[in-house]
Design a protein around this ligand. Structure first.
Ligand code: TXA
Ligand code: MG
Length: 368
């Protein structure tokens, strides 16, 4: 696999002749001729292909080992390109237009009726696609240079945590000829995927919580915003097919605690004691706020790097990276202090933790 390194701060769509943009010519050409290229976005790295080429899109599914019924997100360089990917005559409602104005470019994926030029493999059994404008200059420049909308799921093998660095992509696809390479622009800002929403007559439904919060959408759009019921009841069939698969899972066993910090600390200590008795050679990793003490038996610990950074923001940005890291060093158990699932970014973080832990979420006392 090839690596094209690029300095994001030096890239601007206006600077077409710049040195940095030249780096993108080769990957853009590969995309044009039906190849696969991984590229950075503000959320996670995506595995891109020309969304209008059925064979290119099919090779994404093959490379990832992704179930064929799980639709892909289509990425466009700017909101002005929306008509290229939506059904002729489709006009976004005023509410949808307010969302586009407020969050594009950014981590909001909007479900829209699909244009016939988009390859069927992008939207299996659906007449809609999810579309978004990534808030990343390299992604925007690459899409513009390729000259086609890019279908791109997260650039991980199915079932692995999403990649937030180019190294993560290389870890999953090294030796895989079908992925031509990765554009490396350093780590992603958000670290968690986009929010997927559908606009109904009088409300907005969140199919997948993500980088844009429910309250932010409510404020910008002026309609009630609800979570798709399967997100809360855990039984019914999700509207966003991708949500039904086991996801984001490392090899180590993940357990999550949230609520009252002293109680969590005691809970994690007794958890460790119990595992030491039942497991032959347990090795523990911990993700917790700086103010929580580290139990003596913890082998690896993550906490926010900066004391002024909110815990939920730091956790969402570093979660996938640390899950991969802890796996690599050989942790058998990962204990994570979560956040209130109804807090702003908490909905997205706890949704991912729910999957990574396969439901091992322990609520402690009253929430903070
Ligand atoms: O932040 C992101 O969204 C990243 C970056 C690369 O843009 N992409 C990403 O793609 O997370 P992926 O394929 O891992 O997740 C796409 C999600 C899935 O849950 C899928 O089911 C849902 O979006 N989705 C796509 N098209 C849909 C549609 N037409 N209707 C309902 N859900 C859809
Ligand atoms: Mg994914």
């Amino acid at each position: 696999m090839k690596v094209w390194s690029i300095d994001t701060s030096a890239v601007s769509l206006a600077q077409k002749g710049s040195e940095q943009l030249h780096v993108l010519l080769e990957p853009a050409g590969i995309l044009q001729s039906g190849g696969l290229v991984a590229f950075p976005t503000e959320t996670v790295y995506g595995l891109g292909a020309d969304a209008t080429s059925q064979s290119a899109v099919q090779s994404i599914f093959a490379a990832k080992g992704r179930p064929g019924d799980n639709p892909l997100i289509v990425h466009i360089a700017s909101a002005a390109d929306i008509a290229r990917v939506t059904a002729p005559g489709f006009v976004p409602s005023p509410a949808m237009q307010r969302a586009m104005a407020a969050f594009w470019p950014g981590p909001l994926t909007i479900i829209v009726p699909v244009h016939e030029s988009i390859a069927p493999a992008v939207h299996p059994e659906l007449d809609t696609i999810g579309v978004r404008v990534p808030n990343h200059r390299v992604a925007q420049a690459l899409i513009a240079l390729a000259g086609c909308p890019l279908a791109a799921p997260s650039a991980n093998r199915s079932g692995r945590p999403s990649p937030t660095t180019a190294e993560d992509v290389l870890t999953d696809f090294a030796g895989e000829d079908v992925v031509a390479g990765v554009v490396d622009a350093g780590p992603c800002d958000f670290g968690i995927e986009s929010t997927v929403v559908a606009f109904e007559d009088q409300r907005v439904v969140i199919y997948r919580p993500g980088g844009v919060t429910k309250s932010a959408i409510e404020a910008a759009v002026g309609l009630p915003v609800v979570f798709d019921t399967h997100l809360t009841d855990g039984h019914s069939v999700p509207k966003s097919p991708g949500m039904k698969y086991r996801h984001y899972a490392p090899t180590a066993q993940v357990d999550v605690w949230w609520g009252q910090l002293d109680g969590i600390s005691r809970g994690i200590c007794s958890f460790i004691e119990a595992k030491k008795l039942s497991h032959r050679a347990p090795r523990f990793a911990l993700m917790a706020p700086a103010k929580m003490q580290t139990p003596a038996q913890v082998d690896w610990r993550w906490q926010p790097e900066r004391s002024d950074e909110p815990y939920d923001i730091a956790l969402s940005r570093d979660l996938y990276r640390m899950l991969r890291q802890f796996d690599k060093v050989g942790a058998t158990h990962i204990a994570i202090v979560g956040v209130h699932p109804e807090s702003d970014i908490g909905a997205a973080v706890m949704n991912r933790l729910q999957k990574a832990s396969e439901g091992r979420i322990h609520q402690v006392g009253s929430s903070e």
